[in-house]
Design a protein around this ligand. Structure first.
Ligand code: PLP
Length: 392
């Protein structure tokens, strides 16, 4: 099996989550809205999953809305809050390094007359508190920020940012905790946010399930209309097996976090120390970053070619966000961090997970620098030889 070092894109479904899901995909297949025993069993499983998710976010059960993933949770948070808050104002504030689920939701609202302020970030991807403060006026209804960045791993100083937002009245705060949830404590009370998104597949749960925390009393305009499910906030028959799988995975991630996070950080540092050097530099913050996350820029190397060459060597990594793979545009995150296009094209993201072994890290640490060197040499040879020489 190839070595999987792309856990920020998605994680393998863990056995315990799969085991908990299987009965709901077979004998206990009922619709939670049905009154008979099949329905009641499905309802009980869904209620229990909601209780677990709520408990780990320090929320109430009624504050959890299950969605079909992180993107849908974010769309509901942003579009739902914007449309519900239209009478109060029309300004939305976010940062330039947010996931496209946030940025494109907000761009969509712009077409309907909402005003969008996209804040710049520093070299590491952090938002400046004073710039955030200055962007908020009395027409601002929502600020959306991320707890940790998916491309460069930087952890945002949300506590300070939230404090400053709270100095203004009537501004809702949404936090994208999709990447952070497996590794950081997500306490919505301490974070003091109104809306918070997570996704099952980033924490060894299944794909196609996510959750949005909606602080009690926060009004959202539903974005999917139909039945009365999820307290009228998200219509459609619930993905019971998905919710149960995500709840089991979250429960285990929380209980194992204090052991897993330092282990990942130590292994990530082994890789970092082997990779960084002349022509290979770290992107994102050196210390305030997710534990298993390593992102670099390799000068004079095309990131896509590198990822393909590593794949042939049995190592699965990425250039950045899986959602923009195949795009010809350089990463909007690296551009926002101030990297010129030609440098941003040399990006490489290596993300470890709970199941990554020491042997895998050692093997990756010996192969990746060799492949970078080989591609660089081939690129140099190609530049000297206009007829071109193949990369491998
Ligand atoms: N937000 C962040 C920070 C992400 O990394 C991702 C996924 O890559 C998402 C949102 C979207 O989540 P999903 O893939 O579950 O739609």
């Amino acid at each position: 099996m190839p070595i999987y070092l792309d856990h920020a894109a998605t994680t393998p479904l863990r056995r315990e989550a799969l085991d908990a899901m299987l009965p709901l995909l077979s004998d206990d297949f009922g619709n939670p809205s049905s009154v008979h025993s099949y329905g009641r069993r499905a309802r009980a499983a869904l209620d229990e999953a909601r209780e677990v998710v709520a408990r780990h976010l320090i929320a109430e059960q009624r504050e959890i809305v299950f969605t079909a993933g992180g993107t849908e949770a974010i769309n509901l948070a942003i579009k739902g809050a914007a449309w519900a808050g239209k009478a109060r104002g029309h300004r939305l504030v976010t940062s330039a390094v947010e996931h496209h689920a946030v940025l494109h939701s907000m761009r969509n609202l712009e077409k309907f007359g909402f005003e969008l302020v996209v804040l710049p970030v520093d070299r590491y991807g952090r938002v400046d508190v004073d710039q955030l403060d200055a962007a908020i006026n009395d027409r601002t209804i929502l600020v959306s920020l991320m707890l940790a960045n998916n491309e460069v791993g930087t952890i945002q100083a949300v506590r300070d940012l939230v404090k400053r937002i709270r100095a203004h009245r009537n501004v809702l705060i949404h936090l994208d905790a999709v990447q952070a949830a497996p590794y950081m404590a997500i306490d919505v009370q301490q974070l003091d946010v109104d809306l918070l998104s997570i996704a099952g597949h980033k924490l060894e749960g299944p794909k196609g399930i996510g959750a949005l925390y909606v602080r009690h009393g926060t009004i959202l305009l539903p974005q999917i209309n139909g039945g009365t499910q999820e307290r009228y906030r998200r219509a459609g028959t619930e993905n019971v097996a998905g919710a149960v799988g995500m709840a089991v995975a979250l429960d285990l991630a929380v209980s194992e976090r204090s052991e897993v996070a330092p282990r990942l950080a130590a292994r990530r540092d082994v890789l970092r120390d082997r990779l960084l050097g002349p022509g290979v530099e770290l992107t994102g913050h050196a210390r305030r970053r997710l534990p298993g996350h390593l992102s670099v820029i390799c000068r004079d190397v095309d990131g896509d070619a590198l990822v393909r060459a590593l794949d042939l060597e049995g190592i699965a990594v990425s250039t950045g966000s899986a959602c923009t793979t195949g795009s010809t545009e350089p990463s909007h995150v690296l551009t926002a961090l101030g990297y010129p296009e030609e440098e941003a094209r040399g990006s490489l993201r290596i993300t470890l997970g709970r199941t990554t072994t020491d042997a895998e890290v050692q093997q990756a640490a010996s192969i990746i620098p060799q492949v970078i060197e080989r591609i660089r040499a081939a690129g140099g040879a190609a530049a000297r030889d206009p007829l071109g020489s193949r990369v491998d």
